[in-house]
Ligand binder design. Sequence first.
Ligand SMILES: O=C[C@H](O)[C@H](O)[C@H](O)COP(=O)(O)O
Length: 112
Amino acid sequence: MSQLPGIEGAKRLAAYTAVDKHILPHHKIIGIGSGSTVPYVVERIMQQGTELNKGRTFIPTGFQSKELIIEAGLNLGDVDQYLTIDVTIDGADESVTSIAPPIRLTQQGSLV
Ligand SMILES: O=C[C@H](O)[C@H](O)[C@H](O)COP(=O)(O)O
């Protein structure tokens, strides 16, 4: 893997780690969030391989993630089509140290 400086490198590491730990072979309906970290999420999902991804459907949370899914050639779904989503990865705005892990991140004021 090529080096990325500073914040970009950290974002990529966070995204790759999230995908490696939480997007597993049995996950078929997968939510994709938005923000500057999410392109690295899609990049890592692509690295999991065509064979795995052809049996998956990806649900965007907004316009940016819809574009990322389409550009990557992944199967695009709509949130209204599914009663449940296996897993969703999104970014977070800040971390909160006053709360015990694993719930320590916030997104627009909400715990995630
Ligand atoms: O609602 C917020 C978005 O879903 C982003 O994931 C979050 O704000 C983090 O964005 P970024 O990855 O650009 O730091």
